[in-house]
Design a protein around this ligand. Structure first.
Ligand SMILES: Nc1ncnc2c1ncn2[C@@H]1O[C@H](COP(=O)(O)OP(=O)(O)O)[C@@H](O)[C@H]1O
Ligand SMILES: O=c1ccn([C@@H]2O[C@H](COP(=O)(O)O)[C@@H](O)[C@H]2O)c(=O)[nH]1
Length: 201
């Protein structure tokens, strides 16, 4: 199994890059694991208390579960991936079965910050976009898709997203083998990563 880890700040375009990589590859050969699925289960907290959580700190992620799932996939076992709702801001009761594939892509803001997870990656990629670009994209996406309003997005950006980006995410860039500039859609970089994967397949 070839495992790619793809990190980068919120709104840099990780999900978009992964979708572009995957869309021209055979479906049964490539799988994607998103760090977003592994936010801690907060169902025991009220909605009000969940909203106070710092979702950009590494402690907000259940890395133990994520790592043990990656180990199971490497052993050829199917895992039950948790489902996270950004609208409810908690893990759902349902899970989705995820089968091991020849190539697994693991994406998320913090995936290069955890040494044990990082060591499982054969290729480490960091997607870069400038912070103003990322904030604009995040504003549009969170209002459109995640049920947030302007004030919530901006307050969270100032109190958690920006400081955690500077403390944890940006420094994890140093572990990357490849840095993809993504202020604009970068089809060349996507093609290069796809070629690496195709060689493996
Ligand atoms: N290169 C790009 N140029 C402009 N908009 C982009 C680009 N890449 C992604 N987007 C848009 O920005 C938003 C965030 O992208 P997404 O892939 O969800 O980022 P991430 O997964 O890193 O948070 C989405 O609405 C997406 O369509
Ligand atoms: O309940 C939640 C959990 C997380 N977030 C924010 O999501 C981003 C990470 O996701 P990307 O898709 O990489 O942007 C992170 O910055 C958290 O602040 C949230 O808003 N609500």
């Amino acid at each position: 199994m070839l495992i790619l880890g793809i990190a980068g700040g919120t709104g840099c375009g990780k999900t978009t890059v992964v979708n572009q990589i995957v869309e021209q590859l055979p479906e049964n050969e490539v799988g994607v694991i998103s760090q977003d699925s592994y936010y801690n289960d907060l169902s025991h907290l009220s909605r009000e208390d969940r909203a106070k959580i710092n979702f950009d700190h590494p402690n907000s992620i259940d890395f133990d579960l994520m790592i043990s799932h990656m180990e199971e996939l490497r052993r050829g076992e199917t895992i039950q991936t948790p489902i996270y709702s950004f609208v409810e801001e908690t893990r759902m009761e349902e899970t989705v079965p995820t089968e091991p594939k020849k190539v697994m892509i693991v994406e998320g803001i913090l995936v290069l910050t955890n040494p044990k997870l990082r060591d499982m990656f054969d290729i480490k990629i960091f997607v870069h976009a400038d912070s103003d670009e990322r904030l604009i994209r995040r504003l549009q996406r969170d209002i459109r898709e995640r049920g947030h309003d302007l004030e919530k997005v901006l307050t969270r950006y100032q109190t958690a997203v920006k400081p955690m980006h500077e403390q944890f995410i940006e420094p994890s860039k140093e572990f990357a083998d490849i840095i993809i500039p993504n202020n604009h859609y970068n089809t060349v970089a996507v093609d290069i990563v796809r070629t690496i994967i195709n060689n493996k397949l």
